[in-house]
Ligand binder design. Structure first.
Ligand code: ATP
Length: 332
């Protein structure tokens, strides 16, 4: 099927078309805060202005692929998790479009989409997924027909911790790429390493990093400490998840996954235990509608569509709430 996907959980107003022959084309309009971090009402205003434009471009693209009328078979949208004011705009746009084109509507869990795009692109069968984004950090594995959260952050997301530090030192949002750049010229600074069982905590690292900086430690050195500590924690839990599930495949998801050092650490860990590692290209790691369109097509084929009346958004939509209708394996 040819599916239009719409994403708008936080900063990315994005629409994409998945066509089995042509692949995925993505149109994204990013919200860039003038100062500070993401402001939910500004982000929603951005969605309001940008979603019609990116959807229009994606639909034109779909119309160029075939003479079918309508040019798409279904509309998929991210129902959550994310910022409520943003999700509501995306949900309204998706419902209106599905109704006006008279095609089915598909409600996608944003986190499951991060995992599934890795599975789709890698061709892996049943990977564990490490999802490291701004608002989230968790490890997912397939068990008993669901994507279970095997481990997750007990406080802030991995990217948000980094962004809060960079805000403190006066760098503009998003901070991740700036930390990666600065860390190239730094020396390691020790910061608190907090993994409890399968869960991690980043808030202590964030405060300690601010204190180091305020105490005169060069910012480059704090950046090395942030990367090494946060990424080692993520790598440890990902490794334990592979070990517990018996899976020998790891995929990466989320905007923090664009970081070369994180990818290097995960690749090394996988190599050492004889597992395969796949990191999708950056356009599929950061928030994007491509992953929504691709999972939308898979769900469409499984008959997993929803009525307008049951298509409400859910800002706390957890991956394990999603019945995985498109896979039939029993477990990892
Ligand atoms: P989600 O809704 O999936 O939680 P999100 O809205 O937080 O997603 P993403 O695009 O997945 O958005 O991730 C954005 C985060 O990625 C930001 O915190 C940003 O600082 C971080 N990031 C981007 N590039 C890098 C990088 N090179 N190194 C580290 N972090 C990065």
């Amino acid at each position: 099927p040819r599916v239009l996907g719409i994403e708008g959980t936080a900063w990315a107003a994005s629409a994409a078309v998945y066509d089995p022959g042509e692949g995925v084309s993505i149109e994204t309009d990013a919200y860039q805060p003038e100062s500070g971090g993401i402001d939910p009402s500004e982000a929603a205003e951005h969605m309001h202005n940008a979603i019609p434009k990116v959807v229009g471009t994606a639909l034109d693209h779909a119309a160029g692929l075939s003479d079918d009328d309508p040019p798409i078979d279904a509309v998929a949208f991210s129902r959550g998790p994310g910022l409520g004011p943003c999700l509501r705009i995306v949900g309204t746009a998706a419902r209106a479009l599905a109704q006006s084109l008279d095609v089915p509507l598909i409600g996608v869990n944003h986190m499951v989409a991060h995992l599934e795009i890795g599975r789709h692109r890698s061709g892996f069968d049943s990977p564990v997924c490490l999802n490291a984004s701004g608002a989230n950090a968790h490890v997912l594995g397939f068990h008993n027909g669901r994507y279970q959260v095997l481990g997750e952050t007990m406080d802030t997301g991995a990217g948000n911790a980094i962004d809060k530090f960079t805000r403190h030192v006066g760098w503009s949002h998003p901070g991740g790429p700036k930390v990666e750049e600065a860390a190239r010229d730094g020396e390691y600074t020790e910061l608190p390493y907090v993994v409890k069982g399968m869960d991690f905590s980043f808030s202590g690292i964030m405060s300690a990093a601010k204190q180091e900086y305020d105490g005169g430690t060069p910012v480059e050195d704090v950046c090395v400490g942030l990367q090494e500590t946060i990424f080692a924690m993520l790598t440890e839990v990902a490794e334990r998840a592979l070990s517990l599930t018996g899976s020998d495949e790891l995929v990466l998801g989320g905007g923090v996954g664009q970081n070369e050092r994180l990818r290097e650490m995960l690749a090394l860990m996988c190599e050492q235990r004889g597992a395969q590692f796949y990191a999708p290209e950056p356009r599929f790691l950061r928030d994007n509608a491509g992953m929504i369109a691709v999972l939308g097509a898979t769900m469409y084929e499984a008959g997993d569509t929803i009525g307008i009346d049951e298509s409400g958004i859910d800002s706390d939509f957890r991956p394990d709430q999603v019945p995985v209708t498109w896979r039939d394996e029993e477990s990892v």
